[in-house]
Design a protein around this ligand. Sequence first.
Ligand code: SF4
Length: 134
Amino acid sequence: MKFECQQSGKCCVSRGGYGFVYLTLADRKRMAKHLGLTLSVFQKEYCGKTDGFFHLKEEATRTQCTFLKGAGCSIYEARPTQCRTWPFWPENMSPKAWSLEVATFCPGVGKGPGVDAKRIQRDLDAQIDAESKY
Ligand code: SF4
């Protein structure tokens, strides 16, 4: 699989569908610390909870992530697991999902050298682990 991030910021912008950025407790603590906030203040300011799952707050008037500045993530070092592991999510690994749902909007697909299988597996494992902790 070829993928190399092109810094487009497109994965941080809603495509109109279901697009929550889910957050584990570890994600929330890391982001709160990065922003110099307590966990409870961070959660109040930046998080929503749907069906019992924490995610970054979404506003009807805004289609992009609140942390996206220009084409870059303003909290890059502390970004959520879901953002770190993109595009190697379990649901993206079928050829159909990869070519239809990922490649059609992510300009990084098909760029660069082939991605090392170990890196793909590491990201998949991290994403599966995060999904068990949302
Ligand atoms: S937290 Fe950063 S990487 Fe994740 S969606 Fe928002 S801007 Fe993008």
